[in-house]
Design a binder for this molecule. Structure first.
Ligand SMILES: [Zn+2]
Length: 97
């Protein structure tokens, strides 16, 4: 299963290949391709602990909802919807009848 990661630099969600390797090298669980290239250019190594945590979070997100995002509460209207009936033509009495 392919995992969705969130770049810690720009916050974008990205979907690396299942093998976690691009054609030009390994994919990072921390950075999108842009920021991975930036980090590589600056000589910044991927922190192994943070990478492992990001991988774990992505796996949990893939397993199901409700891990880091609370499930939506069941919101119901407090009152039943009112149905207003259209007045019947000639339904009201007039003084003349
Ligand atoms: Zn990024």
């Amino acid at each position: 299963m392919r995992l969705v990661f969130r770049c810690i630099a720009c916050g974008t969600s990205y979907l690396p290949p299942e093998s976690m390797t691009y054609s030009d090298g390994p994919a990072s669980p921390l950075w999108c391709t842009v920021h991975q290239a930036v980090a590589r250019g600056r000589g910044i190594a991927e922190p192994p602990g943070a990478a492992a945590a990001a991988l774990l979070m992505a796996r949990r997100r893939a397993d199901g909802p409700g891990v880091d995002e609370p499930a939506r509460p069941d919101v119901r209207p407090s009152r039943p919807a009112r149905t207003r009936r259209a007045p019947k033509p000639g339904g009201r009495r007039s003084k003349l009848s």
